[in-house]
Design a protein around this ligand. Structure first.
Ligand SMILES: [Zn+2]
Length: 107
């Protein structure tokens, strides 16, 4: 019985993480432009800067400064793909295993 409750709690937590990720993905900055943290230029948000904004970075760089930063930090493998999406896929992939493993423990 307790194992079943644990599984339910686990499922709820995973569902909440997925829902939160979904909400975060649809979040957008209030303004359509931002001020570059380095050169103070006003620039329109791009998918990259929106992603940075969603991650809570308070220093967002314009395209030129971002490129300069990448040139100065070649080892930093900045991934522009949506990691939140990957995480959701990972959780959805793990969920059946958790349920299966939980069922094994109960029986
Ligand atoms: Zn800049």
């Amino acid at each position: 019985m307790e194992q079943n409750q644990l599984i339910i709690v686990a499922v709820i937590i995973i569902a909440l993480i997925i829902i939160k990720g979904f909400i975060d993905n649809n979040r957008k900055p209030k303004n359509s432009t931002f001020k570059c943290a380095r050169c103070k230029t006003r620039e329109k948000y791009t998918s990259r800067t929106i992603e940075a904004w969603k991650r809570g970075f308070n220093k967002i760089y314009c395209q030129n400064c971002h490129r300069a930063w990448l040139n100065n930090n070649p080892k930093q493998n900045y991934n522009e793909s949506n990691n939140g999406g990957c995480l959701s896929v990972l959780i959805v992939g793990i969920l059946p295993i958790v349920i299966y493993a939980g069922g094994k423990i109960v029986s």
